[in-house]
Design a protein. Structure first.
Lengths: 287, 287
């Protein structure tokens, strides 16, 4: 049973939370009808990407775990025997919020949660205002169909995050994402931004001999044009399935987890890591 | 003075050490005549890639530091005011050998050495037989024209090596290499191997906002067809210069080191590393 079908749900969002939940439910059911067993949503599927500005009102859109999202997805997961990777805006307690993933296993239970560890903060991506950096570290989460790693958006630029998650046994790294082109930036640099985003994640497949699945949102919100381009890369870093950057899409792709052992055996990078010399990776800079 | 011209010297090798030294000297002088200031050679430029088999006779081709290679290159470096990155087979003492780089500064002095940290060992790449793993760690080496990092071939698959070298201040990561296609492997996987090799190194540019320069050998030796395809990637991981995979080539490309600060300021990955959670990178696996 080394084969598993991955559902990539690339959706756009509106200002209406209920509508977004309905639209996502529709897309998930489409993925299920195409055989998906592990389904991944884009980062913060339930709202517009409100981090373009610092707005206290937006904290009201946060939810607890369990809460509306996990209740909805637990029901769908249990009824259809699927795993759902649900990224949401978590209210942990009064005045304390995280950018979080709840992993719902095929029996409908909340197997584990991951809290986004690397938080960006740039004009148009004002995330440090909203999200306390995760305090749970990096995780591999056993589900019915595979042991998965869940990371979120900005995490994707950090080889350390991918490595630690793979070293814990993750076979597939999922990256729910909300990334796009800023209308204020010149068109000339846009292809290189998208290419860098794709390349760094493909490199996590290569370095760790594992699968990577990036699921981005789509559509234009204010100055941001989310570039979609969700993809799945195999253990050699080759893209084996991808969506476009124009519209909502639901994609189901079958992968064979036995490729991990085969790739790692032939390119045994794990064998030769110089762990005796990696200690300084915990330093900010080595002056 | 943020601009610097990089010389990529992609050579083939023969069984004749003197001939290889002469040919390399010729190529270096060609790079110098085209304005190169920092010149990088392929891994073990002086011999055939003898690691295809385990042969005690080959230890006789090793040299000390200083030795024939450093004497030759020190003279050229001093006369022409250039930096030379010289990868060689180092005899450290009786029965103790390394795969080493000597960095020759523009005044002809041996500024520093780097000993290959990650040693492969696969059929056709029997390196653990010959090379003791490096014990000097990862280094950034100040030269007249730039602060450079020197890593060797198999090191290129390890994000940890690139990160540590960049954290020490390296502006350009050089990877002298001897990698190729094995005639015993199916043709179908060859493009994905080359693409993975390029992608993982481009990802080091992206993750660290620095330049990467890979210099590979060319030509067929026994079962191995070295694929050349030397390249330089900029701080966004874009390939700005590359050789082909058919013949010897000497390429000189000018880069602007000020792009490092610009890229890192706009994509501030160094700012947000979760060094409080990276400690387990010193573990082999996290069971």
């Amino acid at each position: 049973m080394s084969k598993v079908k991955i559902g990539i749900v690339q959706t756009s969002c509106t200002a209406d939370i209920q509508l977004n939940m309905q639209n996502t439910t529709r897309a998930i059911k489409q993925a299920i009808s195409n055989g998906a067993q592990i389904i991944c949503l884009p980062e913060m599927y339930r709202t517009l990407y409100f981090c373009q500005t610092q707005d206290y009102e937006q904290f009201k859109t946060a939810e607890t775990i369990p809460g509306p999202s996990t209740e909805l997805f637990s029901k769908i997961a249990k009824e259809n025997n699927v795993v759902i990777i649900a990224p949401l805006f978590e209210k942990r307690t009064d005045g304390l919020y995280h950018n979080t993933i709840a992993v719902i296993d095929a029996d409908g239970s909340i197997t584990d949660i991951y809290r986004k560890m690397h938080i960006p903060h740039d004009p148009g991506f004002e995330e440090k205002f909203y999200f306390t950096p995760g305090d749970l570290g990096f995780k591999a989460i056993k589900t019915k169909y595979a042991t998965i790693g869940t990371l979120i958006c900005w995490d994707q630029w950090y080889p350390e995050a991918a490595r630690l998650t793979a070293l814990k046994g993750a076979q597939i790294l999922f990256y729910p994402t909300a990334i796009g082109w800023d209308a204020k930036e010149p068109d000339a640099i846009k292809p290189s931004q998208l290419d860098a985003w794709q390349t760094i994640q493909r490199s996590h497949s290569i370095a760790n001999g594992c699968f990577v699945c990036a699921v981005n949102r789509i559509g234009t919100e204010g100055d941001l044009q989310f570039w979609g381009s969700s993809f799945l890369s195999n253990t050699m870093g080759e893209i084996v399935a991808n969506t476009g950057h124009e519209q909502e899409e639901t994609l189901v792709v079958e992968i064979d987890l036995s490729e991990i052992d085969d790739t790692r055996t032939h390119w045994p990078f794990f064998r030769d890591r110089r762990i005796d010399f990696y200690g300084d990776l915990t330093k900010r800079f080595i002056d």
